[in-house]
Design a protein around this ligand. Structure first.
Ligand code: KG4
Ligand code: ZN
Length: 357
């Protein structure tokens, strides 16, 4: 009898040390057996952002414990694992190197295939862990480091439709939170503050809202929030600014997603296509509700990973690993850590001063 594939996933690209075991069931569907995520929030909180050296040290201290825990919780043994999938980029090179080297050593000693995974592809495929999702589909990736609309043609095949030309959406949330006095990473708290505030109190800019296709920009918004934050006097003012910020983001995403829908339709004839919204910011309930409504109106099928798979995790890395394993798409052991690794390698780099849209 053919043995079902069992994949160990490892993730250390930024400030989460994570490991997961995913097994293919008899119907060829993924079955998540364990998913361990150890966050470094406490380590970086007082610095207002991730400190690479401290993050790498923490990964080194924890990696074997987390991997062992994932294996133990899965009920499997180390020898049962068929392949080791690990994030090789994009991310902080000192952090990526920890997971990557650990995975290479393990693969070598177990004599099992090694699969170097693009972290962004992990987010892109994350809903597949719990739901049936067929290529092609439209993806909105909203995380702490990336904000992009992509056409996911197939495993490893992406066409970028739009991208942020400056800050990532998660970054905009975190910076706004910081200006409201919330400790890093404050993104999730904006949502909580926003519920208590008046979304119409402050008028904030929506950069490039009427140009640049479905490319996005958040830098001007951040500057406006900075100016207003200096005038705030009490908690109510903070709630109002959070609510106004959330409303502005909602409006930007609403407009840009409509454009992305049209761009997608120009290159794909798929009717009622899935629209995957993934990455840390996809945990935001406002954004989820808004994009769900818009998708249904525009004949797209909205798909969100469950809340616990929106942020960084190794289950999504194992998911990519499983798809690659089935196609025997393994990596060489000298595969490098890639701090920059776009999903669409052909897309023009659109960041920094002087970008023309
Ligand atoms: O995907 P992720 O865990 O890490 C990266 O790959 O970047 O995303 C983290 C980002 C952070 O900026 C965090 O503040 C943001 O996702 N985030 C949220 C929410 N939950 C996490 N932003 C807004 N609302 C949330 N509920
Ligand atoms: Zn991520």
């Amino acid at each position: 009898m053919k043995k079902n594939a069992i994949i160990l996933g490892i993730e250390t690209s930024c400030d989460e040390t994570a490991a997961a075991i995913l097994e293919e069931n008899n119907k060829g569907k993924p079955n998540l057996l364990s998913n361990i995520v150890s966050s470094q929030e406490e380590v970086h909180k007082k610095f207002g952002g991730v400190v690479p050296e401290l993050a790498a040290r923490s990964h080194i201290n924890k990696i074997d414990i987390i991997v062992n825990k994932a294996i133990k919780e899965s009920g499997k043994k180390l020898e049962d694992i068929d392949a080791i999938a690990v994030t090789a980029g994009p991310g902080l090179i000192v952090c990526l190197s920890v997971g990557l080297n650990f995975a290479k050593a393990l693969a070598m000693s177990l004599k099992k295939p090694f699969i170097a995974v693009n972290h962004l592809e992990g987010h892109a495929l994350s809903p597949k862990i719990i739901t049936d999702l067929k290529y092609p589909y439209l993806l909105l990736l909203i995380s702490g480091g990336h904000t992009q609309y992509l056409l996911v043609k197939n495993l490893g095949k992406y066409i970028r439709l739009g991208t942020t030309i400056d800050d990532a959406l998660g970054e905009a949330f975190d910076k706004t939170a910081k200006l409201l006095g919330i400790k890093f990473p404050g993104g999730p708290f904006i949502e909580k503050y926003a519920i208590k505030g008046n979304p119409n109190r402050f008028i904030l800019p929506k950069p490039i809202i009427n140009r640049g296709g479905c490319n996005l920009s958040f830098a001007g918004l951040k500057t406006a929030v900075l100016k207003i934050s200096k005038t705030l006097r009490n908690k109510k003012d903070k709630y109002d600014l959070a609510a106004s910020f959330q409303k502005t983001i909602d409006e930007i995403l609403y407009n840009k997603t409509k454009i992305a829908f049209n761009e997608f339709k120009k290159i794909s004839s798929k009717k009622n296509s899935p629209f995957v919204i993934a990455g840390g910011v996809a945990a935001n309930k406002n954004i989820r509700d808004l994009l769900e409504r818009l998708s249904l109106k525009e004949n797209f099928k909205p798909i969100f990973p469950p809340q616990n798979l929106c942020g960084d995790n190794a289950a999504m890395i194992a998911m990519v690993g499983l798809e690659r394993f089935k196609l025997k798409k393994f990596s060489k052991l000298h595969h490098p850590a890639k701090p920059r690794w776009p999903l669409d390698e052909k897309a023009v780099f659109l960041k920094g001063a002087g970008v023309k849209l």
